[in-house]
Design a protein around this ligand. Structure first.
Ligand code: ATP
Ligand code: MG
Length: 355
């Protein structure tokens, strides 16, 4: 597995359970033994979509067991990702390329209103983004020519779909997950069986079209906006995804095991997802141990240094009944920055499906 962050660690855990030997590799040459060589017929995938271009990562991608080269080539740059979505006629927020000469007025005109600049590479958790509404006299940031521009979307909520495909083209999907962000960072994910049944087939259709086109193997995640005009794809990640962490508690096969099954020829099944799952990210500082007094709570700690805005772990809880899950979420001691996401998630747990 190229990459050795928390996703790699959770993939290793899944491998231990399954009896699949998973080795995670730091892409920095100083950290990785230069002597590393695949043993037997290693299958190589990645738990991240960006890595430094060095001798080690180039050699890895030259291995016969390196999967998903086409997906990484198309998806890791937002511009080629958007171009592919357009070519496959998959609905996405209106966007355009940004030249060095582009200015606020020309981009507003091209996109019929306010827009976001998103760096083509390397952005995450809302980093590498800039909103035209916040423009002052300075104009656009100096990295605008390394970005795409995307129209600001009005959406009722954000959803994601995690799916997997194997070498034979078999595909399976989880239920749509609802995601609550603040400041560009995912705070809470929620999965309630059937809540977005109305959108499930359409989301799977888009997901399947993309994975089939790329001949993709493994788990892939698509983030959507739910808008008046239906589903719009926000972005695609060719890997296991934060919004799928709830599957560790609420699905009979979690996304990490599903990825390993998909790439190693083990059976793919649509997992049982029999109740309400809630995932809360631990961001910036250590979790309050009082969280663990709630009987349904399971903590996954990543062992990283505390730093503002950094994802340090996540809490999962699962209950067959939404009311119980809501009660636990209400009681969870969380920082004030979670207040709005928690309110929205609680409304979702006890309320109607947004149109
Ligand atoms: P991630 O952590 O998922 O990798 P990211 O930094 O790559 O995030 P996006 O998913 O593109 O970036 O954007 C982060 C959040 O910003 C979205 O989840 C959404 O809340 C908001 N956002 C992104 N694009 C738009 C848009 N076109 N209109 C309105 N809000 C948007
Ligand atoms: Mg995102």
């Amino acid at each position: 597995m190229l990459g050795d962050g928390q996703l790699g660690a959770m993939l290793r855990d899944a491998g231990r359970r399954l009896g699949v030997d998973v080795e995670t590799l730091n892409p920095e040459p100083a950290e990785t033994s230069q002597a590393w060589a695949p043993r037997g017929h290693a299958i190589i995938t990645a738990e991240r979509e960006h890595w430094p271009d060095n001798g080690f990562t180039r050699n890895l991608q030259a291995e016969p067991g390196w999967l998903n080269a086409a997906a990484f080539a198309a998806l890791t740059d937002r511009q080629s990702q958007k171009a592919l979505l357009d070519a496959l006629q998959l609905p996405t927020a209106q966007w355009c390329q940004v030249t060095a000469e582009a200015d606020l007025q020309s981009l507003r005109a091209a996109l019929n209103g306010e827009f976001l600049l998103k760096r083509r590479r390397g952005g995450y958790d809302g980093r590498g983004q800039w909103r035209s509404q916040t423009a002052d006299g300075e104009g656009m940031p100096d990295w605008h020519d390394e970005a795409i521009a995307e129209r600001c979307i009005d959406f009722s909520t954000e959803l994601s779909l995690i799916g997997a495909r194997d070498a034979q083209g078999n595909m399976v999907f989880y239920e749509l997950t609802e995601n609550f962000h603040a400041g560009g960072i995912l705070q809470i994910s929620l999965m309630q069986p059937g809540r977005f049944a109305r959108w499930q087939r359409e989301a799977e259709f888009y997901h399947a079209r993309l994975m089939s086109h790329l001949q993709y193997q493994g788990v892939l995640a698509i983030e959507f906006f739910l808008t008046d005009a239906g589903l719009l794809i926000n972005e695609v990640a060719p890997r296991v995804h934060n919004s799928g962490h709830w599957t560790l508690a609420g699905a009979s096969v979690d996304q990490f095991e599903m990825h390993l099954r998909a790439i190693s020829g083990l059976p793919l099944v649509t997992p049982m997802q029999p109740g309400c799952s809630v995932m809360v990210n631990v961001i910036g500082r250590a979790v309050d141990p009082a969280c663990l007094t709630l009987p349904g709570t399971r903590l996954h700690w990543y062992g990283k240094q505390e730093r503002a805005g950094r994802k340090l772990g996540h809490l999962n809880f699962f209950h067959p009944e939404a009311g119980h899950a809501a009660e636990w979420l209400r009681q969870l001691p969380l920082d004030a920055v979670f207040a709005e996401s928690r309110e929205r998630a609680l409304r979702a747990l006890v309320g109607d499906c947004p149109e």
